[in-house]
Design a protein around this ligand. Structure first.
Ligand SMILES: [Zn+2]
Length: 268
């Protein structure tokens, strides 16, 4: 690929282009990597219908708990490389802002972050594809990451997990493969209500992972119970667009989805 003013780039294709592109967008990230995003017209590939539906509870410790009881841990790429990260940021703090050495150290950190991001993106892609393949209806709780946590540190940890991106991917893939994607209101007490009998047990402290219903005696895993309630709420809700009903994929969401899946070329 030859780009004016930049020169030749060695391309790493994320996948083959399904048709001749009508346009291309070039993005350069802080790690000096170029991404090419192509716009192509495709035929929707509808997957064979299935009777399965799933509710998904997203969490910090366990990335996703499904209403069938499956628990999926997210990757923790930083944990393994924390020593390296400390070394890199220490080296950056020693340099003078604006110097050549500073730029070198900054680029190293940017590359480090880019690697972490790639690991997470890969995980989110694989998980969302799997969930879409296996289920006809997918129900998620509405996520308001910035409003949910005032604590900046925690808020950052959550945005690092990729909840928002996960939702965007599910939404885009549901549209692409003819699946139903629903979002329920985040103010529904999904973790407080017994999914067995509907008894409202009251607010649970975050540290309580298991509880027993005072009414029917059923033992619950906190997250699995919440995921079942999310699924039920999604199935019975009448309202539209983001507050319970079928959520339409907007052009903006579709564009974001394109961006994340049609990464054309990478140059390092
Ligand atoms: Zn109960």
């Amino acid at each position: 690929m030859y780009l004016a003013k930049i020169g030749k780039l060695k391309i790493v294709w994320s996948r083959e282009l399904p048709a001749i592109p009508s346009s291309v967008t070039v993005i350069k990230d802080s790690a000096h990597r170029y991404f090419l995003s192509f716009v192509v017209e495709i035929q929707p590939e509808t997957l064979p219908k299935t009777d399965n539906s799933v509710g998904i509870d997203l969490g910090i410790k366990t990335f996703a708990t499904l209403s069938d009881g499956q628990k999926i841990d997210g990757p923790k790429p930083l944990k393994k490389r924390i020593k390296k990260y400390r070394k890199l940021s220490k080296s950056l703090s020693k340099r003078t802002r604006g110097s050549k050495q500073y730029e070198k150290a900054r680029l190293k950190i940017a590359k480090f972050h880019a690697k972490l991001k790639d690991t997470r993106t890969d995980f989110l892609h694989k998980l969302s594809t799997e969930i879409i393949r296996e289920n006809q209806t997918i129900v998620l709780e509405d996520l308001n990451v910035s409003g949910m946590v005032k604590n900046r540190k925690l808020s950052r940890a959550i945005s690092d997990l990729g909840w928002k991106k996960f939702r965007t991917l599910l939404e885009g893939k549901a549209e692409k493969y003819g699946r139903e994607f629903r979002v329920i209101d985040r103010w529904q007490p999904t973790s407080q209500v017994c999914s067995c009998c509907g008894f409202r047990g009251g607010k649970l402290d975050l540290s309580v992972r298991e509880w027993e219903c005072l009414n029917c005696g059923r033992k619950h895993d906190r997250d699995t119970n919440a995921a079942i309630n999310i699924l039920v709420a999604g199935g019975h809700s009448e309202t539209k667009n983001g507050h319970g009903g079928k959520h339409k994929t907007t052009a903006k969401v579709a564009a974001a989805y394109e961006m994340s899946t049609h990464r054309g070329a990478t140059a390092r």
